[in-house]
Design a protein around this ligand. Structure first.
Ligand SMILES: *Cc1c(COP(=O)(O)O)cnc(C)c1O
Length: 370
């Protein structure tokens, strides 16, 4: 007798939907018989600048060591991060993308009967990480598309072990300021680990977004997660990190895959940290592109959600799915966010100026068709 291996999966997994990534360029090229080079992809919050030359060089240098396991302790990268972030090496956890950090937290601190609190319209990985370990997801309604921190506080109960908050949030781009974060952290019970997901923090420099690191010393139940996938332009390599107390880092280290970050990712991340010019250019490009898109939306009479990330959600005022399809036929890939409870929005990653123009022209054309 054969088992029903869907019904046999633990209940949290049965209720999950797989993560839906941005449509790959090659896939659209195959489907529509288009030249991949003619396709613009603004769907995965990737850095349009291309990788840092220093990172590329570091990867080439690393090729000779292909047969060797990576440094499972990531000493070089952890040292650089500790120095840069003003923490001890023992407070740094490296991850196969910051996604890995989120999963390590879930594996270490969540289980059936326990729960994680996060917001409506928050990053899709929070429910996946939570339900994958059989824990309950307590989803708190958003306020003006952003995190309602007081409501999230109220949703915490005796079985809550983790709160996931993203600043800025993906896909909405919304953010909270230092006062709001401090008020929140002050009131979160000590038994709850707050995961402050700062995947886009490098883009928010000079704004009223708080730097999570400023709160680490005061709040031992805080973990700040960051990534090299966005402003550092290394999404393909999968490398991110968590900063926490040494105790939390030790716990995460116990459930970590022994070699969770590969040698190329380690080497490239070290090099990227030393390329300030690249980071500056990423920020500049993002700021200019954000203005370009906002101006374009204004011209088209569309509203949007103000964003501090490298992406922006435009409100089409109607079902966005046909517009998404129309854009695909124009060779422009953006991200539908109906699965985030936002059926009228499309999320657009800030691209190069020419890519942004291509998108705006295509959008204008698609909308004119009605
Ligand atoms: C992109 C993103 C991440 C992580 O990406 P990794 O590539 O796994 O580092 C984490 N959180 C949010 C909110 C993101 O948008």
């Amino acid at each position: 007798m054969s088992g029903n291996f869907l019904a046999l999966a633990q209940p949290g997994v049965q209720q999950l939907s797989p993560y839906v990534p941005g449509k790959p360029v090659d896939e659209l090229a195959r489907e529509l018989d288009l030249d991949p080079a003619s396709i613009v992809k603004l769907a995965s919050n990737e850095n349009p600048l291309g990788a840092s030359p220093k990172a590329l060089e570091a990867i080439r240098d690393e090729l000779a060591e292909l047969t060797r396991y990576p440094d499972g302790n990531g000493f070089a990268l952890k040292s650089l991060l500790a120095e840069r972030c003003g923490v001890e090496l023992s407070q740094v956890t490296l991850g196969n993308g910051s996604n890995d950090i989120l999963e390590l937290v879930a594996r270490a601190y969540l289980a059936p009967g326990l729960n994680a609190v996060f917001s409506e319209h928050a990053f899709a990985v929070y429910p996946i990480a939570t339900q994958a370990v059989g824990a309950d997801a307590h989803v708190v309604p958003a306020k003006d598309w952003g995190h309602d921190l007081p409501a999230m506080l109220a949703a915490i109960d005796a079985n809550t072990r983790v709160v996931f908050i993203a600043n800025p949030n993906n896909p909405t781009g919304t953010w909270f300021d230092a006062q709001a974060l401090d008020d929140f952290l002050q009131d979160v019970p000590e038994h709850v680990l707050v995961v402050l997901d700062e995947a886009y923090i490098e883009y928010a420099e000079g704004s009223d977004l708080p730097d999570g690191l400023d709160f680490l010393a005061a709040y031992p139940n805080l973990l700040v997660s960051r990534t090299f996938s966005k402003a550092y332009g290394l999404a393909s390599l999968r490398v991110g990190y968590g900063l926490s107390t040494a105790v939390v880092a030790d716990v995460l280290n116990r459930v970590r895959q022994p070699f969770n970050v590969n040698s190329f990712a380690l080497a490239a991340a070290c090099a990227a940290l030393g390329d300030d010019a690249y980071l500056d250019e990423s920020r500049r490009l993002n700021e200019a592109g954000m203005q370009q898109l906002e101006a374009g939306f204004r011209e088209l009479g569309l509203s949007w959600i103000a964003s501090k990330g490298n992406f922006i959600c435009v409100d089409l005022g109607r079902d966005a799915a046909p517009v998404f399809q129309g854009l695909l036929r124009e060779g422009v890939i953006v991200r539908p966010v109906a699965n985030y409870g936002m059926p009228n929005h499309l999320r657009v990653t800030i691209g190069l100026p020419a890519e942004n123009s291509r998108f705006l022209e295509a959008l204008s054309k698609v909308l004119a068709r009605g």
